[in-house]
Design a protein around this ligand. Sequence first.
Ligand SMILES: Nc1nc2c(c(=O)[nH]1)N[C@H]1C(S)=C(S)[C@@H](COP(=O)(O)OP(=O)(O)OC[C@H]3O[C@@H](n4cnc5c(=O)[nH]c(N)nc54)[C@H](O)[C@@H]3O)O[C@H]1N2
Ligand SMILES: Nc1nc2c(c(=O)[nH]1)N[C@H]1C(S)=C(S)[C@@H](COP(=O)(O)OP(=O)(O)OC[C@H]3O[C@@H](n4cnc5c(=O)[nH]c(N)nc54)[C@H](O)[C@@H]3O)O[C@H]1N2
Ligand SMILES: [Mo]
Length: 762
Amino acid sequence: MKTKRRSVPGIRHYDGPAGGWGALKATAIAVRTQMDTLDAPATLLRTNQPDGFDCPGCAWPDKEHKSTFQFCENGAKAVTWEATSKRVTPEFLAQHTVSALLEKSDFELEGYGRLTRPLQYHAESDTFRPVEWEQAFTRIGEILRGLEPDQVEFYTSGRASNEAAWLFQLFAREYGTNNFPDCSNMCHEATSVGLPRSIGIGKGTVSLDDFDKTELVISIGHNPGTNHPRMMGTLHELARRGVPIIVFNPLRERALERFADPQSLIEMATYSSTDIASTYFQVKAGGDAAALKGIAKHLLESESLHGNVLDSVFIAEHTQGFDDFAADIMQTNWELIERESGLSQAALKSVADAYAKSNATIITYGMGITQHNKGTANVRLIADLLLMRGNIGKAGAGICPLRGHSNVQGNRTVGITEKPSAEFLERLENLFGFVPPSKHGHDAVQATQAMIDGTAKALLCLGGNFAVAMPDHTRGFPAMRTLDLSVHVGTKLNRTHLLVSKETFILPCLGRTELDIQQTGRQSITVEDSMSMVHASSGKLKPASPLIRAEPAIVAGMAKATLTNSNVNWMELVADYDRIRDLIEKTIPGFENYNERIRVPGGFRMPLPPVARVWPTPTGKAMFSVFQGVDENATGEGDNVLRLITLRSHDQYNTTIYALDDRYRGVFGRRDILFMNEGDMEQLGLEHGDRVDLETALPGETQRLEDITVVAYNIASGSVGAYYPEANVLVPLDYLDKDSGTPSFKSVPIRVTLRSKEIRAL
Ligand SMILES: Nc1nc2c(c(=O)[nH]1)N[C@H]1C(S)=C(S)[C@@H](COP(=O)(O)OP(=O)(O)OC[C@H]3O[C@@H](n4cnc5c(=O)[nH]c(N)nc54)[C@H](O)[C@@H]3O)O[C@H]1N2
Ligand SMILES: Nc1nc2c(c(=O)[nH]1)N[C@H]1C(S)=C(S)[C@@H](COP(=O)(O)OP(=O)(O)OC[C@H]3O[C@@H](n4cnc5c(=O)[nH]c(N)nc54)[C@H](O)[C@@H]3O)O[C@H]1N2
Ligand SMILES: [Mo]
């Protein structure tokens, strides 16, 4: 630091490692504020156990799903938030109008606790009132029958089980639409679109065993200490074994620097920690493609000098498109690469040299790669780099996209897609005797656009906080109000629920931690993790209220009431989830003997042909790609434009805000801040603690986010960071990756203007 910084309320430098005693303390606080503390230890111990429930936190796998309980602060928060003893009662709702509740933040709204009974919006009193389940279903059915199927949007957030998601798609398709906006469209869609083009399947290829055998990990654009905390155990182990971990991230994320493993008695007892990243490169936001091209360029140069760098046998036997790829890389000049990535030629060459030495490399990546307007091309470039040295279909090597929601991958596997394959539709038709729609439907951005245009008339949400999670609140929020119907299946109140339409229903559901009893007895659901392992999850806790229902039962209730001549016996399916799984098995490849195989602890792995070097692409080969140029055209208009990264704090799960701290980044009790590089601050005449306004710097856009405080931070020059979802107002709806429709949440051109030099009091 050049000058002494003034003190800013809530901003303190955090010196410690990630994890450690701080994590234990944070867990204790989560338990104390949310749960009956006597139940808490038993509840937490049931997470990710063979007969327990799958953690509703992240999608990182468990070793054989039967290891001893792994401590994880954010997993504990996810569980305690669901198992909270707080309740939203009818009395509370009678006393609070929807307009008044809309003034509250999502943090406050979810803080009121679990929803306890079905609710219907009552316009005259502007309140939500209790409604009987059957009455709600009947009215929803009536409205839906009066609409054209393509006027209805069926949204899924990735917590839904395979069983609930499969029923939801069956409902929508028998009704007559493929409109399936889902959270994946804002998340890993670039993976779902890019990887099939490269390797024939839109999923990662590595397993936990590969991490045991790997010689090098390159981690790009993800923050595991917060978002995939159980991955920290794996990275910690690798670091201790001396496996290099090379990180590309504009921000210095503490967990990627130093981590004290709460499982390690020695580290806990001695307050020591382990360095995680062997090298940390602060690439510019959106500069990864340039960096990857630089690494590839040096590999090609080394190959022509010394040979033995590329896996030429693999390339010849298993791939196509290498010559075009190589020609493009060779003609990309270093000057451009350095300018766009913000990294030196020497730095990138050192990565290439390390990569060339490693016999088995894994590249892991997250939202820092996908949420850009060339997200799909970014993903493909990662695959290219791996293909250059035959790092797919080899032990200890592969590509590892870090998925978001705990079952987002499973939702896609079981048919939540706006572009279903002809084979899948044919199987549905043969099995059920109705003709499913073949016309492609809407993804998340298209669904919002249809709501804005007035062509969408209804939105049914299986979980999530759709309007808030999406970009462009200024356009999206009012569009919610123009709908004839909105229906939300959820566990807690959020702002999307409150953006009421002509008629709005909130249907409260069981969470994954809760006991699910149907006609034939206790039910288990199934989920698929980031590494394609499918396993069972059985809730154990007493439901938050006797009046809430399981997601499959709610979906079936709506379907039965809507489709009066349905070919499906909905209630019979809900009575026993084995029956749903039998039908999933009949309609989706890879689920052979589904019911049998999920009864084995640890479950089973979905087929991943690239692991055996079988490439289900149209050519039967893995395909190299050509990334046009080095940048993503995110420069924006005018001078002094910075690239905004919108990201998660340590105390949040997407739009669910657990608390207002972001401990590892040194932020306490507030979220209204902008992380900024000191050099950039100096250039713009800004100081630590200044209050500023942000404005989107794209043609024709006037979005603003007012009054946030500048915090000097170790972030790449030209990049700034602010929290999601507060900063979503700055992201235009059509600012996205054209290939996948993923909003460019990590590279919004913005301008910063000084508002006031006063220090803000909290
Ligand atoms: N506790 C918790 N767990 C979660 C979630 C949560 O909110 N809380 N969310 C879940 C979901 S749905 C998802 S998708 C995942 C998200 O997990 P992550 O992919 O880790 O998502 P973000 O927090 O958005 O962080 C992205 C990281 O990328 C970096 N980054 C930003 N832009 C760039 C760039 O241009 N290049 C590079 N190299 N890096 C960049 C940021 O500095 C940040 O460290 O986590 C899941 N798990
Ligand atoms: N600016 C910006 N925007 C982003 C992102 C970003 O990085 N930056 N990330 C994007 C990403 S990766 C994602 S995945 C989306 C997330 O978008 P969503 O998945 O739509 O949002 P969540 O915040 O996860 O949804 C929270 C709500 O889910 C409900 N819920 C919780 N548990 C359950 C359950 O078991 N069943 C049901 N039915 N409901 C439940 C609760 O009512 C809760 O209020 O946001 C995206 N938006
Ligand atoms: Mo996500």
